[in-house]
Ligand binder design. Structure first.
Ligand SMILES: [Zn+2]
Length: 461
């Protein structure tokens, strides 16, 4: 298997530290707002990576953090704590807000069939681990203290920018553009390990006692403390968005390697961004879609999963409703094909299965994997072998093809009458009554798919 490693800027042969075990840490959400499709793209591709590793017979331990404290509105120590700000806006406690948005996160993930990690680590439940790591850094002389915070002194860590490959002078110029909030900070790129609840954080509600004073952890330290706790001082894969390269992940490497003296992560995997209709997602533009909104618009959430695979994870993905409609059509065709399979052969076709896994094992080439899947369906294999091969592929793709395979035949008269009644109601624009009939039919086990000039009715198996 091959993976692109941001550290070397090249595609490398994947060789885990302790095969067949693989330790994988994924930067998780800061739970102060709803999960949107840009986030989901990242978690869908993480899920695909985990499933591809499993298909290659690796035993993956997947750890993800939930940030419920310490992430300021700027990644570089300026601004307010996102959670505290969100809580104040909603008039709720910080932990209530965190719980509410964490629930939304899991629900969104479930809709696109992303499996839960083996370990979910909340920052607020690992304060002791973070304090211990900060103590090690203090003992080893990598830190200094001001009235406001304990900082990691980047001048003590050679090769600080090895991941981002920025020149330190450029980085410092960039950091200087931020609001300077602590005049005693020695170097603009130094970063806080621990904030004291004084001055601008005097009203911070989440606070803990520590040997160095009452306060709360900086954002970066949680990922180092929790990943090393569950995966060891050195582990195989760390994932995150490309936006994390210059600050968050750079800081994670510095503080982890300074504390342990060992290489922190072997392969850094970074996901590219998602744009909507060629524009960056932004609340002000109203293009901030949640998966539940796509469902309300009548899309199967797995159509978004399918759509995600049409773009390689390292390329920018441009979401449009036109492309989503195309993905929905393709997915329905897949379900429809599966509905004709009367039996499933014991074994998948070896060649197609191998080509499919090979393409995913080449740095997750999902567009190619999809085309191999369609090629297989169009081949002259018998239906029963096609069925077993398709279901085998779907163990990695996670499109729930078997569960959604539907019978297109043998729809009883009584059901067809309800379908026609509903079509009449829709023509008369009586949508509430039409929707009522749709739910009634769904409860009876029938799925309706409204196309331009007709409604297809499918039966769940
Ligand atoms: Zn992180």
């Amino acid at each position: 298997m091959k993976l692109y490693n941001t550290l070397s800027r090249s595609i490398e042969e994947f060789e885990p530290l302790d095969p067949p075990n693989v330790g994988l840490y994924a930067c998780g959400p800061t739970v102060y707002d709803y999960t949107h499709i840009g986030h989901l793209r990242k978690y869908i591709n993480d899920d695909l990576l985990v499933r591809t590793l499993a298909a290659n017979r690796y035993k993956v331990r997947h750890v993800m953090n939930i940030t419920d404290v310490g992430h300021l509105t700027s990644d570089a120590d300026a601004g307010e704590d996102k959670l505290e700000k969100g809580a104040a806006k909603l008039g709720k406690s910080v932990l209530e807000v965190a719980k509410y948005f964490e629930d939304d996160f899991w629900k969104s993930l479930a809709l696109v069939n992303v499996e839960k990690p083996d370990v979910t680590a909340r920052a607020t439940e690992h304060i002791d681990d973070q304090i211990a790591l900060i103590e090690t850094l203090i003992d080893k002389g990598y830190t200094y203290k001001t009235r406001q915070a304990i900082y990691f002194d980047i001048s003590k860590f050679p090769n600080y920018t090895k991941l981002s490959r920025q020149k330190l002078s450029e980085k410092m110029a960039g950091a200087r553009g931020d609001v300077v909030v602590d005049a005693r900070k020695r170097n603009p790129a130094d970063f806080a390990l621990w904030f004291f609840t004084v001055d601008r954080f005097a009203n911070h509600t989440l606070r803990w006692k520590s040997p160095f004073g009452e306060g709360f952890p900086g954002w970066h330290i949680e990922c180092s403390a929790m990943s090393m706790k569950y995966l060891g001082l050195s582990f195989d894969i760390h994932t995150g968005g490309t936006d994390h390269i210059p600050v968050h992940h750079t800081n994670e490497i510095a503080q982890s390697e300074a504390a342990t003296g060992a290489p922190f992560v072997k392969y850094w995997v970074h996901h590219a961004f998602l744009t909507v209709e060629d524009e960056k997602m932004a609340k002000s533009k109203g293009n901030f879609y949640r998966i539940s909104e796509l469902v309300e618009k009548g899309y199967n959430p797995l159509a978004f999963r399918y759509l995600t695979f049409q773009t390689h994870y390292r390329s920018e993905m441009n979401f449009t409703f036109e492309s989503l409609a195309g993905a929905k059509l393709a997915l329905n065709r897949l379900y429809e094909r599966a509905s004709y399979f009367k039996e499933v052969h014991k074994h998948a076709d070896i060649e197609f299965e191998r080509d499919f896994l090979d393409s995913l094992s080449q740095d997750l080439n999902t567009p190619r994997a999809l085309s191999i899947m369609w090629g297989m369906l169009g081949s002259n294999l018998s239906d029963s072998v096609k069925a077993s091969t398709l279901y085998k592929m779907d163990e990695v793709l996670g499109l729930k093809i078997k569960e959604n395979a539907v019978l297109l035949h043998d729809i009883p008269e009584s059901v067809m009458k309800l379908v026609h009644d509903r079509e009449e109601l829709r023509k008369q624009k009586q949508f509430t009554r039409a929707d009522h009939l749709r739910s009634k039919l769904e409860k009876m086990g029938y799925i309706l798919d409204d196309e331009k000039d007709r409604t297809r009715v499918l039966r769940k198996i």
